[in-house]
Design a protein around this ligand. Structure first.
Ligand SMILES: Cc1cc2nc3c(=O)[nH]c(=O)nc-3n(C[C@H](O)[C@H](O)[C@H](O)COP(=O)(O)OP(=O)(O)OC[C@H]3O[C@@H](n4cnc5c(N)ncnc54)[C@H](O)[C@@H]3O)c2cc1C
Ligand code: SF4
Length: 815
């Protein structure tokens, strides 16, 4: 069948997204031509802020390179501006005279920045912030010590200011209104934002009207109406955008503020559709990608001839992309007559939350400093859910429903599959989980490229990482740690750890002060990492902080789907006895719960209510049974087979060594969970070659294996070496564990660490120099003196009912 001709004018985010959606629905329906004024393939405009700040190279923003167009048989006319549409002949005409015919035409010409008709606007160095060419010019002009003035204290202006500041410029934001981002923030949130920007060295002038730009050929200053002149080597004007309707208007297509479309994204000419920032739908125009991508879906559906989708506006949500500033604003946040407001303010921590309610429905949300529950609030708002039942805990967030104190991870666990996680791309939790499990995805980058979740504005990245961690369980190792440890600091894991070691820092507040942490108390990402680095670097000296631990470690048990807990005592090397079994049976009977044999050869008592945990631990302790650390980033169990004492194939006493190893190694905190296994012969019944440290009996002694993991991604171990005796096996295990403890990043499995540093490096450190190996092992045994403390015993005896949730000590904000 002959293909129809489809032309897209505007090679930007909305237009190309519509083509991608169309290719998924009807790949062979059209012969497609794309005209784009910019000389590139399609790139992610949102990420220009990160290109400006130096957090991403331009290459990382490319969404569709030229190969993509070729692969789909699309003719790309880049660098060609369309200047006319001949609707009678169904042709578009480009500035260079290129003419192309269409059966259907899709306009996606985006928006143009609003420029002020002020004296000096033409000067070199007075510019808007819309495309990569402008960013490149800004980068040419941005030199440390030079001055930049950003006119406009909205989202774009502030991101420009932050980017230029990151490039070393002295930056002033000039804003006409009396508060920043007045369309997204109320006065308290705007004040917090101003304070955070000033703390980052960005000057803010509110209520300041720009009167003109001063200079010869190039801008030298910005003049304000109050008579002041601000020196400027660069002036960025970011005061708004207006739909780019020039082409449509000249061609007689009905436009008001934007190109007017109906719910099918069709213009008044039935052969011509429009999407993106150029359109006006039901009186609204647009400036964020989430609604545009929904429009793209609808228009693709109609172009594919399926014809049943309709575009409807939904509440809009905004996030600011400035590292370390968490800000979320959605819906009708202003309140007023007929609205109720729930407000929580904690200026010391820089946290402000405001929820606006009308008729028991959430109408708006404004979150500053803690945006953990943004998705939940958005869903409640979008779905118009009745929140009467949720009111008591609404401000505290999703995690506080039912069982107070759960972290974001629990919020993700209880998030319904249909919850939209990536608003830009309309990707739900269910779609992400399905992609992870069906396609065996393992990293954030893989999820991005398969689902597009977090690939646009990036503000849902934390949520996607939590879903990855939740879906993969312990197999998840976050992305390489060259980035800052978290939004609270500019420092990487390596820098933090070196500072702790070199400066002899022993407490979290001390570390935060020394490294000029940007938040007073840190966050759930950095506190557990800092706690681990401190206690592993200074055993016996640095004090473990129970409140800087992830939820399961705080309660010394694994939380389950229904909010109850699973209690797993230690069974040394997988060996138990009648007395222990009786204790477990009695507990199971008492609490009317089953007993589960785990993969690590332990007995788990599930379904224990939180309030019963201390009683269960006390009973176990009274019978000499210790915590199995099944919940911890710590040495877990040592799985062993029966070995030569019982098995006719066995060459070594794997059970004896397994019990001995577990008794020596239990209690050690590690960057991530650490599993061990001992098999009595190469038949390997204890599956030692998928453990972090595996020991396999051979005729001449033991083979030692490292860096195995099992789960969504299986990694078999690498052979470290062979040794002759049990003592040698134990010394090598201690040295390996200590090296990983000292050099692995928090939340990095030993497998990921080995892939990062390479097996030759590990062998060099453990095998090449016997004295160095012994020193590592000695440091491990030294640490064990302080680590082998049963947390259950400690906790069962504690008379502090608020043990896990005592208020955090507020540390001084960094200067
Ligand atoms: C720095 C920056 C940061 C942003 N941050 C966010 C954010 O965090 N979150 C968010 O949701 N949104 C953000 N946005 C907004 C987002 O980028 C836009 O909403 C989105 O790019 C609009 O898509 P579009 O396809 O309508 O327009 P564009 O992406 O602008 O694409 C339009 C394309 O059409 C071309 N064109 C125009 N006229 C013609 C013609 N006559 N012939 C040929 N080609 C033509 C243009 O050159 C352009 O390439 C940001 C924007 C910028 C500039
Ligand atoms: S690994 Fe070897 S020794 Fe151990 S149970 Fe299996 S066959 Fe027997």
């Amino acid at each position: 069948m002959k293909k129809e001709k489809l032309i897209l004018v505007g090679n930007g985010m909305a237009g190309v997204r519509a083509i991608e959606e169309l290719l998924a629905l009807a790949p062979d329906k059209y012969e497609i031509t794309v005209f784009g004024e910019e000389p590139h393939g399609n790139y992610n405009r949102i990420l220009l802020s990160h290109v400006l700040s130096g957090e991403k190279p331009f290459a990382d923003t490319v969404l569709n390179d030229r190969a993509w167009y070729e692969k789909h048989g699309i003719r790309l006319e880049s660098g060609r501006k369309v200047v006319a549409i001949n609707r009678a002949r169904r042709q578009v005409i480009a500035a260079d005279g290129t003419i192309a015919d269409y059966d259907k035409l899709l306009l996606a010409t985006g928006a143009r920045p609003t420029m002020m008709p002020l004296p000096g606007s033409h000067l070199f160095g007075v510019m808007s912030f819309r495309n990569i060419a402008e960013v490149e010019t800004m980068l040419d002009l941005a030199r440390p010590g030079r001055r930049a003035v950003v006119v406009g204290g909205g989202l774009l202006g502030l991101e420009a200011a932050y980017g230029l500041k990151q490039r070393g410029m002295q930056v002033t934001v000039v804003h006409l209104m009396d508060k920043l981002m007045e369309r997204q923030l109320d006065a308290p949130a705007a004040a917090l934002l101003k304070r955070s920007l000033e703390e980052r060295g960005i000057a803010v002038e509110l209520g300041a009207e720009t009167q003109g730009f001063v200079g010869g050929k190039q801008v030298e200053a910005v003049r304000l109406r109050d008579g002041r002149t601000l020196p400027a080597d660069l002036a960025v004007v970011a005061i708004g955008i207006r739909p780019n309707v020039e082409l449509a208007q000249q061609s007689g297509i009905h436009c008001q503020r934007g190109i007017v479309v109906n719910g099918s994204m069709q213009t008044y000419d039935p052969r011509i559709y429009a999407v993106g920032e150029c359109v006006e739908h039901a009186g609204n125009t647009y400036g964020l990608v989430a609604p545009l991508f929904k429009q793209a879906k609808v228009v693709a559906n109609h172009l594919a001839g399926l014809g049943h989708a309709r575009y409807e506006d939904q509440p809009l949500a905004t996030k600011l992309k400035i590292t370390g500033i968490d800000l979320y604003s959605a819906g009708h946040f202003g309140g007023g007559d007929g609205y109720e407001e729930l407000v929580m303010e904690d200026p010391g921590r820089g946290v402000y939350k405001k929820l606006v309610i009308r008729d028991n429905r959430l109408a708006g949300a404004l979150l500053y400093g803690d945006t953990t529950n943004e998705t939940w609030y958005y869903d409640l708002m979008r779905d118009g859910s009745d929140i009467s039942e949720l009111r008591p805990n609404l401000l505290h967030g999703h995690g506080h429903l039912g069982d107070a104190g759960h972290s974001g991870a629990v919020a993700v666990a209880s998030m319904p599959d249909e919850t939209e996680v990536c608003g830009c791309n309309g990707i739900t939790k269910g779609m992400i989980v399905k992609a992870i499990t069906d396609k065996g995805l393992f990293t954030l980058e893989e999820v991005r490229s398969h689902t597009k979740a977090s690939a646009s504005c990036g503000s849902c990245t934390g949520k996607v990482e939590q879903i990855l961690a939740f879906t993969l369980g312990g197999d998840y190792s976050p992305a390489p740690q060259e980035k800052p440890l978290c939004g609270c600091t500019e420092h990487t894991h390596a820098e933090v750890r070196n500072a702790i070691r070199e400066q002899h820092l022993t407490t979290i507040p001390e570390t935060m002060r020394f490294l000029e942490w940007k938040t007073p108390d840190g966050c759930p990402k950095c506190r557990p990492a800092l706690n681990y680095y401190l206690i592993s670097t200074w055993p016996g000296e640095a004090k473990d902080d129970p409140q800087s631990r992830v939820h399961n470690e705080r309660v010394h048990a694994n939380i389950q789907n229904d909010g109850s807990y699973s209690v797993v005592p230690r069974t040394w090397g997988g060996l138990t006895n009648a007395k222990e079994l009786r204790v477990i049976a009695d507990l199971a009977e008492k609490y009317n719960v089953p007993v589960k044999v785990t993969g690590g050869q332990r007995l788990a008592i599930p379904f224990i209510k939180k309030e019963d945990l201390p009683k269960v631990w006390a009973t176990l302790n009274d019978n000499d049974m210790l915590s199995g650390f099944a919940y911890g980033k710590a040495v877990r169990s040592v799985k062993s087979c029966v070995g030569k004492g019982l098995c006719r194939f066995g060459t070594q006493d794997s059970l004896g060594l397994g019990v001995a190893v577990e008794k020596k190694f239990w209690g050690a905190w590690t960057p991530h969970k650490f599993k061990m296994g001992v098999s009595g012969c190469p038949r390997n019944c204890a599956e030692a070659t998928i453990k972090d440290f595996g020991i396999v009996g051979v005729d001449s002694g033991w083979e030692l294996h490292v860096g195995g993991t099992c789960g969504v991604r299986v990694r078999a171990t690498d052979l470290l070496c062979k040794v002759a005796t049990d003592d040698e096996a134990i010394e090598h295990a201690a040295a390996f564990l200590q090296l990983y403890r000292e050099e692995g990043w928090y939340l990095e499995r030993s497998s990921a660490w080995i892939e990062r540093v390479g097996m030759p490096y590990v062998k060099k450190r453990i095998l090449d120099d016997g004295a160095a190996r012994q020193a590592l092992a000695e440091r491990f045994w030294h640490a064990q003196q302080f680590a082998q403390v049963d947390p259950w015993q400690d906790r069962a005896k504690s008379d502090r009912p608020d043990y896990e949730y005592a208020a955090l000590e507020v540390v001084e904000a960094a200067a």
